[in-house]
Design a protein around this ligand. Structure first.
Ligand SMILES: Nc1ncnc2c1ncn2[C@@H]1O[C@H](COP(=O)(O)OP(=O)(O)OP(=O)(O)O)[C@@H](O)[C@H]1O
Ligand SMILES: [Mg+2]
Length: 583
């Protein structure tokens, strides 16, 4: 990946799209797109001089039309922090230097196998091992059989499954419970520390201040996984800039901001993606090394963040399963939308829909939190074996998941590839969230293979003695963690995630403002958070339907608010978050 520091102009330069001051990776359309590096697989993107010419600008209209036709999805999956590298962690027992070397080598192999989706290898536990081990005492090196000893110290455990270190659950009677506990350990292992949250907060604050310095009428909001608490350690931060003038999503503005942030020392490896359906700039904030995406003049992301948080509140097990599936797909390089993978938003919808249609959950036969192992296996079975990708879409409309025959979802037509995942956006009935995930065959294959492997393992491990299981990881055969060594402290309660707090505040303000507007029958509308009027007139064809959907929602919301206000006079009280409860 190129670094642009040396090419940065002095801070006094006035940035403009035509200036040579800023060297950015300019990515104009789908074919040109070069993703930022993944920690495992760094791709080089060449920095080019920013020299848009008059003819280029003239061409923009034609290119816009092409982009609309291609419906290019500019959202992508998360990127790992490239500075993180696998760090060996101590193993509770049996570690030796020699084995650590083997570990490092085999660690690489396992990574490749995962990426190639050839990792479905069952544990080699067997009945004969059980017989050999029956009388042994767990934890004593000299008493562990040779074969087992190698398995335990072969490095995979040391480096790839750090969540089992000092957290051995192999003595659970039910193997599924063992898996549940491992899932919980994994989630607390990768959950953010106080420092990580603070670092994200500081990063956002610095960028926001800088944005306001450039554009006093603008504000920056966070959405995506940081605003929903569904981020992995290396996840990017998705931001959006909304302004009163509503004009910050043009090419000039994008370059102006890229230049400004770069000059302020807040952005390196800047990419400007100006001609896509959703124009964005991408960069790395150099101090925290966090990847940042900034989009412009939209509110659907911040709306989705609030909705997703309400799903998390109402859906036990959602966070755990989403994080596992995210890590699962990430390890196989199947999480990047630009290469046909499944993005974070699609993953959330799949898991949410799965949990809300699971027969044993909706009948209260089982509690999700206590049965994460079974549910993970069921998830892999559903989307790996049983789901009818050809005919069935998942509708999340209004946040209420249900199946929908693809043939009856008009906006999906014409269907170019029948074997595709289709998920209807909760906030926009015309938007298929997963339309970019063209590699659904590999994703399905990975899910199906993992289902087979996990069920085999559960049967096999059930027969193995406790001593024979000691130090093993079931989840480790499904996902690996290859980032920096972490501790098990989920410190989300110790420090405020400001993205969440600000998102709440944003919605409260908008809600209050809409309440005030409901007096005004002209409904000119407050632009504090919504689409600016000026933009409404400028919307491209492909975005009109989306906007109209939003407007429809907004009118409905306003009607509900008016009803609510009327009812409030009859002593109905506002809810804590400023939303007026529906009556
Ligand atoms: N295809 C899409 N259509 C509409 N909105 C989308 C789409 N993809 C993403 N978004 C919006 O962008 C947000 C962030 O999406 P993304 O796929 O980056 O998920 P994420 O939860 O941030 O996961 P990750 O941590 O992997 O980045 C979503 O919550 C949603 O609001
Ligand atoms: Mg994201």
């Amino acid at each position: 990946m190129s670094t642009n520091n040396e090419n940065q102009p002095s801070r006094t330069n006035t940035p403009s799209p035509g200036s040579e001051a800023l060297r950015v990776n300019e990515i104009d359309n789908e074919n040109d797109f070069v993703p930022l590096s993944d920690s495992d697989d760094e791709e080089n993107s060449s920095a080019i001089n920013l020299q848009p010419t008059a003819s280029e600008i003239e061409l923009e209209k034609k290119e816009d039309a092409i982009e609309e036709a291609e419906a290019y999805d500019d959202y992508d999956g998360h990127f790992d922090n490239p500075t993180e590298s696998a760090t060996p962690v101590p193993v509770p027992i049996l570690a030796s230097e020699e084995n650590a070397t083997v570990a490092a080598e085999e660690n690489n192999d396992s990574s490749n196998e995962l990426a190639e989706n050839n990792d479905f290898i069952a544990f080699s536990s067997s009945e004969s091992e059980k017989d050999d081990n029956d009388d042994e005492t767990a934890g004593k090196k000299e008493e562990v059989p040779e074969k087992n000893e190698k398995e335990k110290v072969d490095g995979s455990i040391m480096t790839d499954f750090p969540w089992i270190v000092n957290h051995d659950h192999s003595r659970q009677k039910e193997v599924a419970d063992w898996l549940t506990l491992e899932i919980k350990d994994f989630v607390s292992y990768i959950s953010p520390s106080k420092n990580e949250i603070e670092s994200r907060n500081v990063t956002i604050r610095k960028i926001r201040e800088s944005v306001k310095e450039l554009w006093p009428d603008a504000d920056l909001h966070v959405f995506g996984s940081y605003a929903t608490d569904l981020y992995l350690p290396g996840s990017d931060i998705d931001c959006v800039i909304n302004s009163k003038s509503g004009d910050k999503d043009n090419r000039n503005a994008l370059y102006q901001l890229a230049n400004h942030l770069s000059n302020a020392g807040l952005a390196i490896d800047v990419e400007v993606i100006s001609k896509a359906r959703v124009p964005i700039i991408k960069f790395i904030e150099p101090e925290s090394k966090i990847h940042i995406d900034i989009s412009f003049e939209r509110t659907n992301g911040v709306d989705a963040a609030k909705l997703i948080r309400s799903w998390l509140d109402s859906t036990p097990g959602l966070r755990e399963l989403v994080l596992i599936v995210k890590q699962f797909l990430h390890a196989r390089k199947l999480n990047n939308v630009h290469t046909g993978g499944l993005g974070g938003f699609s993953i959330i919808c799949l898991v949410f829909s799965f949990l809300h249609t699971h027969p044993r959950i909706i009948t209260n036969e089982i509690l999700a939190k206590d049965n994460l192992g079974v549910l993970l296996i069921d998830f892999f079975e559903l989307y790996g074996k049983n789901f009818g990708y050809d005919d069935v879409a998942i509708s999340m409309l209004g946040g209420n998941p249900h199946y929908l025959p693809k043939r009856s979802w008009k906006a999906l037509h014409p269907i170019r590839n029948p074997f595709s995942l289709a998920i209807q956006d909760p906030g926009d009935g015309d938007n298929n969230i997963s339309r970019g995930s063209f590699n659904i065959r590999d994703i399905k294959k990975a899910f199906a293979g993992t289902f087979d492997m996990l069920t085999n393992q559960c049967f096999e491990l059930h027969e193995v003695s406790y001593e024979g299981r000691y130090g093993m990881s079931i989840l480790g055969s499904v996902i690996k963690y290859r980032g920096k060594q972490r501790n098990f402290k989920d410190e989300r309660k110790l420090v405020v995630n400001k993205a969440i707090a600000e998102n709440e505040e944003f919605h409260n303000k908008r809600s209050r403002s809409e309440m005030e507007d409901s007096h005004d029958t002209t409904l000119v509308g407050s632009n504090s958070g919504g689409e600016p009027d000026k933009k409404k007139q400028k919307r491209k064809k492909g975005q009109n339907t989306k906007e109209e959907g939003r407007k429809r929602l907004s009118r409905k919301e306003k009607k509900e608010k008016r009803k609510a206000k009327h009812a409030k006079k009859k002593a109905v009280v506002d809810s804590d978050d400023g939303y007026v409860p529906q009556v």
